[in-house]
Design a protein around this ligand. Structure first.
Ligand SMILES: CC(C)(COP(=O)(O)OP(=O)(O)OC[C@H]1O[C@@H](n2cnc3c(N)ncnc32)[C@H](O)[C@@H]1OP(=O)(O)O)[C@@H](O)C(=O)NCCC(=O)NCCS
Length: 223
């Protein structure tokens, strides 16, 4: 298989993207085309597709957030403003992964890895501090009658269970930070829950603050 080209999403990709999303999540209502158009308008640099021979085979979409606004429990609908990306905050320091998927016919062939590379490049280029995402836990429904979701996720981290999404993200260098319950209630495979994961940008440099004025220009103290 040829390596896919990873490039910015264009408006003419939208019908194929919506079609792929419908195949990947048959149980979940796909984004209407107008929603993807809006996402592209809000943060075009954050939207990527993977293309092989002119065919869309995957996508990764992100926004920027101020993480302090969201660190308590939140849902996918909250943090993405129902997928409109109206919550995109350019002055934030966190690239937030809103969605990633790959055509089921070519999973396991590093397309997801290349999409994650594109995200990491964007994070470094914009000098953002980190990438945070809430990942699906699609293997959890098979264990939900026996163990709680926190135990399930920890067993994946410990290497005792395998989850198709969390294992992929751990291999991509993300750290598991905990579970967000009820993150995407319509995700039946994950029983609505998600894992909170982070990747730190080690080349992030805090912006220099302006120097304080020289002492001699300070007003004289009032005595
Ligand atoms: C998660 C996802 C994007 C990974 O994409 P991918 O192109 O298969 O990723 P890669 O090829 O770079 O990595 C694959 C690894 O993930 C795992 N994997 C996940 N699903 C797999 C599948 N159906 N077949 C084979 N491997 C799979 C494998 O462990 C594989 O490991 P390996 O590198 O040791 O072979 C893809 O599985 C997907 O689209 N899943 C459905 C949508 C989804 O849940 N997205 C996550 C939203 S949080």
């Amino acid at each position: 298989m040829k390596d896919p080209e990873i490039r910015g999403t264009r408006r003419d990709d939208i019908p194929a993207l919506v079609d792929l999303q419908r195949r990947i999540y048959p149980e979940i209502e796909p984004w209407p085309a107008s929603r993807v158009e809006q996402q592209l308008e809000v943060f075009p640099e954050g939207q990527f597709v993977a293309v092989i021979d002119g065919r869309i085979v995957g996508c990764a979409s992100s926004i920027i957030v101020r993480w302090d606004d969201w660190l308590t429990a939140h849902t996918w609908a909250d943090i993405t403003a129902d997928g409109t990306f109206d919550t995109h905050t350019p002055e934030g320091l966190t690239l937030y992964g809103a969605e990633v998927f790959v055509d089921p016919a070519i999973r396991g062939r590093r397309v997801g890895h290349l999409l994650y590379n594109a995200r990491r490049r964007l994070c470094r280029r914009l000098n953002l501090k980190r990438i945070i995402a809430c990942g699906r836990l699609p293997g959890y429904h098979r264990y939900a009658d026996r163990i709680d979701v926190e135990t399930y996720a920890m067993k994946v981290v410990w290497g005792d269970l395998k989850d198709p999404v969390l294992n992929f993200q751990l291999r991509e260098g993300f750290d598991f930070c905990g579970v967000i319950r009820g993150y995407l209630p319509e995700d039946a495979e994950s029983c609505g829950h998600a894992s909170l994961i982070v990747w730190l940008n080690t080349s992030y440099r805090p912006l220099r603050r302006p120097d304080p004025p020289p002492a001699r220009t300070l007003p004289a103290p009032i005595v």
